[in-house]
Design a protein around this ligand. Structure first.
Ligand code: PHB
Length: 394
């Protein structure tokens, strides 16, 4: 006999999207159960994205999340685009009157869990969603295995797939008809090092040797990335080699070097699921879409999905009004495809394609100049990077 527990909303995935949705539903008096295959420790410690749009931070605060973004995070009012040996500042504050916060995703997750767990939210760690049964029914069920390996199921009025790019919920919904995607012939090699910041703001650098991003974490820890072959083994470089590569990718600037204590690889992919909703099963965040990290949109897009969906779920579950839920996919896709375009554009403008000709490289510099030389060009970048206003449908 399989044990079945009942809840109003079953959320698969305790990432930023799943946890924020649980918090918003709790505020509306709607019960949910969140499951995640990882331990709390793993969720809270894994290094991921770093940039929050101002609107994302405001949404966390408005949702009652006890966030430290304003205290611990660093506000950035611009970025530097670097190419052809010179830096060009994109001044967000002047162009669009908004900025972003550098506040790493694992701290957002710590804030969410520190708010939800003491409040008694039902979050089940080390609990793996195996499949979703009765996807087309009135009461779909998430079949899970717990930390002890025992199988049970969660029956809900709504099932949410917030379970990342390898989503089990998406597979249950759409099978192998996953979605639309494109691959890229490169990846990012990421490092964390102990050093002071090399620049006041992030540097996105197009160099003849390939792209580099000089980001930050604190006054003493820095995050940097460089474009590399996707098959590279991160352990195969010495620290000296890594610094040599990084320095060569930001000509005109000297980086402050220090001990590198973590290295990782970020694979590049753009993806949008074919369906974001089927009956009572809905996808949010990376389960619904993946963007390459160049536009810093990933976590922000996940939060935007949830803000939209939360209103739709309130109307559906509390007032029996399905209209917003029926419009969720179309409204969410407007923002998702704008973010896909921006992330693809930043990626294509800043990276070197392995087969690029001299013509391609000179055209790319022309494209970068069209952006930095023109207020309209800089404004498009600033609007997209700091985040478009939320469209709430209806
Ligand atoms: C980061 O700091 O991890 C980061 C910042 C900006 C990006 C991607 C990653 O576009």
């Amino acid at each position: 006999m399989t044990t079945t527990v009942h809840t109003r909303v079953a959320i698969v995935g305790a990432g930023p999207a799943g946890l924020l949705l649980a918090q918003l539903l709790r505020g509306a008096g709607i019960d949910s159960i969140v499951v995640d295959s990882r331990s709390r420790d793993e969720i809270e410690q894994t290094i991921r994205a770093g940039i929050l749009e101002e609107g994302t931070v405001e949404a966390l605060v408005a949702a009652g999340v006890d966030t430290h973004a304003h205290q611990v995070g660093m506000r950035h009012d611009g970025i530097e685009l670097r190419f052809d040996g010179a830096g060009h500042r994109i001044d967000f504050a002047d162009l669009v009157g908004r900025g972003v916060w550098l506040y790493p995703q694992h701290l957002v997750l710590q804030d969410l869990l520190a708010t939800l767990v003491p409040a008694g939210a039902d979050i089940r760690f080390e609990t793996t969603a195996v499949r979703v049964d009765d996807v087309d029914g009135e009461r779909p069920r998430v079949v899970v295995t717990g930390p002890d390996g025992a199988e049970s199921e969660i029956a809900a009025e709504i099932v949410i797939g917030a379970d990342g790019s390898h989503s089990v919920v998406r597979r249950a919904m759409s099978g192998s008809r996953a979605g639309l995607y494109r691959e890229y012939p490169f990846a990012w090699f990421g490092i964390l090092c102990e050093a002071p910041p090399s620049a006041p703001e992030l540097i996105y650098s197009n160099s003849p040797n390939g792209f580099a991003l000089i980001s930050q974490r604190s006054d003493t820890v820095q995050r940097m990335y460089f474009q590399c072959d996707p098959d590279v083994d991160p352990a195969s470089y010495t620290q000296e080699q890594l610094w040599e590569i990084l320095q060569s990718r930001v000509p005109g600037t000297t980086l402050h070097e220090g001990p590198i204590f973590q290295r990782d690889m970020l694979q590049f992919r753009s993806f949008v699921a074919r369906e974001l909703r089927r009956g009572r099963v809905v996808l949010v965040g990376d389960a619904a879409h993946t963007v390459p990290p160049t536009g810093a949109k990933g976590m922000n897009l996940a939060i935007a999905d949830v803000l939209l969906l939360h209103g739709a779920l309130r109307a559906f579950l509390l007032e029996n009004d399905p209209r917003l839920l029926d419009g969720y996919e179309q409204t969410a896709l407007h923002r998702i495809w704008k973010a896909q375009n921006f992330s693809w554009w930043m990626t294509s403008m800043l990276h070197q394609m392995p087969e690029a000709s001299d013509f391609d490289r000179m055209r790319q510099l022309g494209e970068l100049r069209s952006v930095t030389d023109s207020r309209a060009g800089r404004t498009y970048l600033a609007e997209a990077y700091t985040g478009w206003p939320l469209e709430l449908g209806g």
